[in-house]
Design a protein around this ligand. Sequence first.
Ligand code: GDP
Length: 439
Amino acid sequence: MPSVLVVGAQWGDEGKGKIVDIYAGRADAVVRFQGGNNAGHTLVVGGEKIVLHLIPSGILHGAAVCCIGNGVVVDPEVLLAEIQGLRDRGRWPSDDCLLVSESAHVILPCHRALDQAREARAGDRKIGTTGRGIGPCYEDKAARRGIRVGDLLHPGTLAAQVASLLDEKNALLRHLGAEPFDPAEITDGLLAAGERLRPYVADVAGRVHAWLAAGRNVLFEGAQGTLLDLDHGTYPFVTSSNTVAGAACPGVGVAPSDLEAVVGITKAYVTRVGEGPFPTELHDDTGRRLAERGAEFGATTGRPRRCGWLDLVALRTACRVNGCTGLAVTKLDVLQGLPEIRVATAYRLDGATVDRVPARAEDLARCEPVYETLPGWDEDISAVRDLADLPAAARGFLDRVAGATGCPVVLASVGPGREETIEVAAPFGRRRSGPRQDG
Ligand code: GDP
């Protein structure tokens, strides 16, 4: 099985970083296909905590080539700082371990400024973006006036592109009460960043095609979560890209038939950062307990996360939209010590029973969860490595998740560490690769 895609099956922060890190150890290449540095993966490797926003977490293994696909939006300053940060900590494997698509769009300072100015003006209608310019960058991509990574290597044409973009952006910024930008200054900054990024700029699609043709293990890494998908999430409280598994096709340039396994990542409960409806949200001591035990503070923004019971309606919808072939359930340890555990199996809306997430955020906000109560467990499960050694209640919980979604649980995570993992089924077959330079 040479290709596996990992996707968040909730509202993000599902612990994708840890799962990608585990699978990346067996992959020849790890490829991101959407989002930008609004993603934030926290990894704990050998007791050291490392947060990555843009570079795929596979970088910490050194053996896999990490790729930033064309569907990602790249803030050059953030990418360069992340490379330098890894170098400073002695965690940078080598320059040939990172490839950045020449077709990926570039986040400019005006995108960040616009993002922040709009959120500040929106008051209680704000989306709760990270303010990093991701949305405005995707807007320019769709408007066909964006600047791409490959453009940073062409001084002859970049200045005109920047001037034309800023002509409109500066007018908008002034209108929103923000400072305009100087085109020459921006161009110089981009050209300097381009020179530093030059060693990594590549035809990522071509490289991925070659790896797949050679039967190499390729891991596609999703960012954010399914319920934040631009089309299938709780619009407008969503991110500005498609986060679902299928987005890997345009976001890298592969075919649907290239995606052989799709692993959906879900926490054993639900969290949500930012605004938007959340039917199973808890405002009581149980919610606070989940937040504390689960250390639920955003890796990117530090914002406290809203917590609630596992929503099987949303998870079932996510499995369907992504075509999940397996589920990885994270943070099972966080449920320890709860006398009982609830899971939402349906919603009630206007007197009717609903078994999938309604399209309108307003309708989802009015949904009342229908709960099923499962027994809890008291035992510390963080040292368990085999499914059979879990307390019966914890196994019963996983069985309920699989039963409700029709998706087998292929992995359960019982702590933040790499080794605190129960692997039920391996995502990749036997490693078929030779030396990666041949790709
Ligand atoms: P991501 O963006 O989906 O990777 O998620 P985050 O990095 O924002 O949040 C996941 C957090 O949970 C990180 O701090 C992880 O170290 C931690 N984590 C991941 N899996 C587990 C687990 O099974 N148990 C516990 N207690 N923490 C976990």
